[in-house]
Design a protein around this ligand. Structure first.
Ligand code: UD1
Length: 423
C-alpha cells in the first residue's frame, strides 16, 4: 500500500525568497538505464531523490547493477549484469522502466520487458519503440504480457518516427549506439532530456551527430566505456514553482535552472502579467497575483510542455476571463479537472481542450491526486484557495517532486504533510 500522506494547505500566503531546482527526473530516468551499455562505474551528479528514481534503481538492482545514492550523486556499477528482465511489478509502477529495453538489446542481444498497460490519463502506446527496434533487426514477440526481444547484433537502419516520441527516441538511440553500421533516426525528439541522454552516450564513446535536432545519425561502435555526467535541471519542477509564485503572488528566484529550456513557458508567464527576468542559471518571477487569461496549446519541445498543462490550468482558474488549454500530445490528460472543480473552478472539457472561465476566487476543499502533474496543479490551486485545502494521495507527487512542501514552506506557503487515514 503506498504512503497515505496528505497535504494540508492554508491558502492566501504570498511567496518570497529563492528555491533550488533539482535535477531533471525524466533525464535521470534515461541516463540510468544507459549505464547498462558499458560494464563499470558511472557517476551521475544532480540526480534527484525521488520515488521514480528509487523505482528505477530497484529495477536496475534486480539486473545486478550495484547502486549508491549519497546526496544527489548516483553511483552505478554495471560490471555484473545477471538478468535481462523488467518484471511487471516494476513496469506497472513506472512506465519509464521500459527504457531498459533498448540498452539490454543493444549490449546483450536480449531483453524481456513487461508490456506497459494503460496510464492514468489514457493510452500510452509503445508501438514506435518496437517498430524502431525491429527496424534495427530485433525479433520481437509478445509472450504472456512481456515484450521478448532478441538480436544477435543490431544493424543500422534509416527510421522515421511517425510521431515525435521522447521515450521511443531514447530507447532506440540507446540500442543504435552499439548497432553495426549507421543508423539515421528521423523525426527524433528534441526534448532537453533526450539531448542530455545523447551527450551522455557520447561521453561513453558513442558516435552521434545531429544532437538537439530532429535527425540523429549514429555510427555504431563495438563497445562503450563507463562515464560520468551532471544532470540538467528539471524544467517541469521549475515551471511548477513559477506557477506557484504566479498564483500566490510575490517575488521568487529559481536557482540552478536553465532558462533556455523554458523559453515558451516564460513567454506565457509574461503574457499572463508576471514579470520574469533571467540570468544564466536563475529565473526571477514577480507576480501581483492578478493574472490575465492566456490560452496555451501543448506541443513537443520547444512548445508548451504537456507536463505543465495542469499547473497552467490551475493558474487560469483565477485569471478572470476565458482561456483555453489544449493538449495535442495527450488528448485525455484532464484528470485534474474534476478535482479543480471541487475547489470551485469553472472548466468545461471539449475533446482535447479545456475551456476555463477564470474567477477571482477558489474555495478550499478535500481533493485527490490522480497523477503526478495533476497533484502539482491541486497544490498550486490550494495556495490561493480560501480556507483549507487537503490534497490526498500525495504519493503521486513524491514520484517527481523532491520535498515540494519543504521548498514551498521555505518560500512562505502554509503547507504541511500529515499522515492520513483517507485514501
Ligand atoms: C515522456 C515523459 C512524460 C511527458 C512525455 C511528453 C519521461 C519518463 N516521460 O513520456 O513526462 O509527458 O514525454 O513530453 O520522459 N506515442 C505513440 N507510440 C509510442 C510512443 C509514443 O503513439 O510508441 C505517442 C504518445 O501516445 C504521445 C506522443 O507519442 O501522444 C508523445 O509521447 P512520448 O514522447 O513517447 O512520451 P513518453 O516518452 O512516454
Amino acid at each position: 500500500m503506498p504512503s497515505l500522506d496528505k497535504f494540508i494547505i492554508r491558502g492566501g500566503n504570498r511567496l518570497s525568497g529563492s528555491v533550488t531546482i533539482s535535477g531533471a527526473k525524466n533525464a535521470s530516468l534515461a541516463l540510468m538505464p544507459a549505464t547498462l551499455l558499458a560494464g563499470g562505474s558511472c557517476r551521475l551528479e544532480n540526480t534527484p531523490r525521488l520515488r521514480d528514481i528509487s523505482t528505477m534503481s530497484t529495477l536496475l538492482e534486480t539486473m545486478g547493477v550495484v547502486i549508491r545514492h549519497p546526496g544527489t550523486t548516483l553511483e552505478l556499477d554495471t560490471a555484473n549484469i545477471t538478468s535481462f528482465e523488467a518484471p511487471y511489478q516494476m513496469v506497472k509502477k513506472m512506465r519509464a522502466s521500459f527504457y531498459v529495453l533498448g540498452p539490454l538489446l543493444g549490449r546483450y542481444g536480449q531483453a524481456r520487458v513487461s508490456y506497459p498497460g494503460g496510464c492514468a490519463w489514457g493510452p500510452r502506446p509503445v508501438d514506435l519503440h518496437l517498430k524502431a527496434l525491429e527496424a534495427l533487426g530485433a525479433e520481437i514477440e509478445i509472450e504472456a504480457g512481456y515484450v521478448v526481444a532478441r538480436a544477435p547484433r543490431l544493424e543500422g537502419c534509416d527510421f522515421t518516427f511517425d510521431v515525435s516520441s521522447v521515450g521511443a527516441t531514447g530507447n532506440t538511440l540507446m540500442a543504435a549506439v552499439l548497432a553495426k553500421g549507421t543508423t539515421v533516426l528521423r523525426n527524433a525528439a528534441v526534448e532537453p532530456e533526450i539531448t542530455q541522454l545523447a551527450h551522455f552516450l557520447v561521453r561513453m564513446g558513442a558516435r552521434i551527430e545531429g544532437i538537439g535536432t530532429h535527425v540523429l545519425t549514429i555510427e555504431g561502435v563495438d563497445d562503450l566505456h563507463p562515464a560520468d555526467d551532471t544532470n540538467i535541471p528539471d524544467r517541469i519542477e521549475a515551471g511548477t514553482f513559477l506557477a506557484a509564485a504566479a498564483i500566490a503572488g510575490g517575488s521568487v528566484t529559481l536557482e540552478r535552472v536553465d532558462p533556455d529550456h523554458l523559453s515558451t513557458v516564460l513567454a506565457r508567464f509574461r503574457d499572463a502579467g508576471c514579470s520574469v527576468d533571467t540570468e544564466t542559471d536563475r529565473i526571477h518571477i514577480h507576480s501581483d497575483g492578478c493574472l490575465q487569461p492566456v490560452s496555451v496549446t501543448t506541443d513537443i519541445y520547444p512548445g508548451f510542455p504537456t507536463d505543465m498543462q495542469a499547473q497552467w490550468m490551475a493558474m487560469m482558474t483565477v485569471a478572470p476571463g476565458r482561456s483555453i488549454v489544449t493538449d495535442t500530445v495527450y488528448h485525455d490528460r484532464f484528470n485534474h479537472v474534476p478535482e479543480l472543480q471541487r475547489l470551485g473552478a469553472r472548466i468545461e472539457v471539449n475533446g482535447n481542450s479545456a475551456v476555463i472561465h477564470g474567477s477571482d476566487r477558489l474555495t478550499g476543499a478535500t481533493v485527490m491526486s490522480t497523477d503526478l502533474r495533476a497533484s502539482a496543479s491541486l497544490i498550486i490551486a490550494g495556495l490561493i484557495a480560501d480556507g483549507t485545502t487537503e490534497v490526498l494521495r500525495v504519493y503521486h507527487i513524491d514520484r517527481g517532486y523532491e520535498a515540494i512542501e519543504l521548498k514551498l514552506r521555505n518560500l512562505g506557503a502554509d503547507i504541511q504533510r500529515v499522515d492520513s487515514e483517507d485514501y
